[in-house]
Design a protein around this ligand. Structure first.
Ligand SMILES: Cc1ncc(COP(=O)(O)O)c(C=O)c1O
Length: 330
C-alpha cells in the first residue's frame, strides 16, 4: 500500500487511511482544501484503472507496445518545448532526418544530398488536412492564373475513405465525390474514379490499406488512367496516397509494388507512425514529392521564440516543415 511521510517526523501515514481521503473531493471544481501530491496521484491513478488495458486492445489501429529504449527517449525528451527550434535543434534535426528517410523509402525523386519535403503531424488525420490543403491551394493558383473560377473544388475517393477525409472536405470546403463500392469490390475502382474527375478536381485519393479491409487500392492503374485523362483534357489531376496503414508495410513486404512517388502523378503521401510504424499514438507524417507541390504561401515564417521559424502545420505547438530551411543535408 502506498504510504507517505506526515509532517511529524517519525510517523508514516498510509494514504488510504489519511485525512486527505476521508471526505469526498469535488468532481468538477477545484477543492477548497489542499491534498498531498501522493494522495492526488493515487486518486487519479486508481481512476485510470477503469480504462481498458491497451495491450489487450487489438482494435484501435494504433501500436500499444514500443521498444523500452524508445520509451526511455520519450521520457527523456518530455520536458522539451518542441516548437522552440533554436533551443532544441537536435530534436528538429532528427525530425528532418525522419522526413528524409521516409521520403526516400517512398522513392521521392531526390538527389543524394537534397532535402526532402515533409513534416511530422498529429497522426495521418493532420497529415491529410495539410496535403489536401496544399493541393487545393495549388489548384486555386492554377485556375486563378488561367482566369477561371476557383470556388468549387472537388476531390474523388472511394466511399471506403476514412472519416478524416470527410472532415477535410467539410472544413476546407471541398466537395467529396465518392466512388461507390459494389458487391465483391470493396475498394475504389480506378475507372469509376476517373469518370468523376473534372477540371475542378484538386486530387484523387488512393488508399493503401483500406480502413475496413486492409486491401490496397490500385494506385498504378489509377495513375495510368489519370495520365491518359490529363493528356486528353489538358488538366493536371494529381494523386494523393493515403498510406496511413500501408506506408510502413508495402515498402518492406511488397517492394516491387508501385504505389508511391515512382508514379509521376503521386504528389503527396501520408503515413501514420502509430499504425505499423511501431510507435505509440500521436505521430504521422506527410511527404511531398518535391518543393513544387507545397505552395510557399502556406508556409508560415514566424518569429516566435527568437528566430525565424518556418512551419506548415495546423498548430504552432509541434513540428516544422523539413526543407523549408532550404538547407542541404550533410
Ligand atoms: C486509411 C486511413 N486514413 C487515415 C486514417 C487516420 O489516421 P490517424 O489515426 O493516424 O489520424 C486512418 C485511421 O484509421 C486510416 O485507416
Amino acid at each position: 500500500m502506498l504510504t507517505h511521510a506526515s509532517e511529524n517526523v517519525g510517523t508514516i501515514q498510509p494514504v488510504f487511511g489519511s485525512r486527505y481521503m476521508v471526505s469526498p473531493i469535488p468532481r468538477f471544481e477545484l477543492p477548497e482544501e489542499m491534498m498531498s501530491k501522493d494522495a492526488a496521484y493515487q486518486i487519479v491513478h486508481d481512476e485510470l484503472l477503469l480504462d481498458g488495458n491497451p495491450r489487450l486492445n487489438l482494435a484501435s489501429f494504433v501500436c500499444t507496445w514500443m521498444e523500452p529504449e524508445c520509451e526511455k527517449l520519450i521520457l527523456e525528451a518530455l520536458s522539451k518545448n518542441f516548437i522552440d527550434f533554436d533551443e532544441y535543434p537536435a530534436t528538429h534535426d532528427i525530425q528532418d532526418r525522419c522526413v528524409n528517410m521516409i521520403a526516400r523509402l517512398f522513392h521521392a525523386p531526390l538527389a543524394q544530398n537534397e532535402q526532402a519535403v515533409g513534416t511530422s503531424t498529429v497522426g495521418s488525420s493532420e497529415a491529410i488536412m495539410l496535403a489536401g490543403l496544399a493541393m487545393k491551394r495549388k489548384w486555386q493558383q492554377k485556375m486563378r492564373q488561367a482566369g477561371k473560377p476557383y470556388d468549387k473544388p472537388n476531390m474523388v475517393a472511394g466511399s471506403n475513405v476514412q472519416v478524416c477525409w470527410e472532415k477535410f472536405a467539410r472544413y476546407f470546403e471541398v466537395e467529396l465525390r465518392q466512388v461507390n463500392l459494389r458487391d465483391g469490390c470493396y475498394v475504389m475502382d480506378p475507372e469509376e474514379a476517373v469518370k468523376l474527375v473534372d477540371e475542378n478536381t484538386i486530387l484523387v485519393c488512393a488508399i493503401l490499406g483500406s480502413t475496413y479491409t486492409g486491401e490496397f487500392e490500385d494506385v498504378k492503374l489509377l495513375n495510368q488512367l489519370l495520365l491518359e485523362n490529363n493528356q486528353k483534357t489538358g488538366w493536371d489531376t494529381p494523386i494523393h496516397v493515403d498510406a496511413a496503414s500501408g506506408g510502413f508495410i508495402a515498402p518492406f513486404l511488397y517492394p516491387e509494388l508501385e504505389w508511391d512517388f515512382r508514379l509521376p502523378l503521386v504528389r503527396s503521401i501520408n503515413v501514420s507512425g502509430h499504425k505499423y510504424g511501431l510507435v505509440y499514438a500521436g505521430v504521422g507524417w506527410v511527404i511531398w514529392r518535391s518543393k513544387a507541390e507545397l505552395p510557399e504561401e502556406l508556409i508560415f515564417h514566424i518569429n516566435y521564440l527568437g528566430a525565424i521559424q518556418p512551419t506548415f502545420t495546423l498548430n504552432f505547438s509541434r513540428g516544422r516543415c523539413s526543407s523549408c530551411y532550404n538547407n542541404l543535408i550533410g
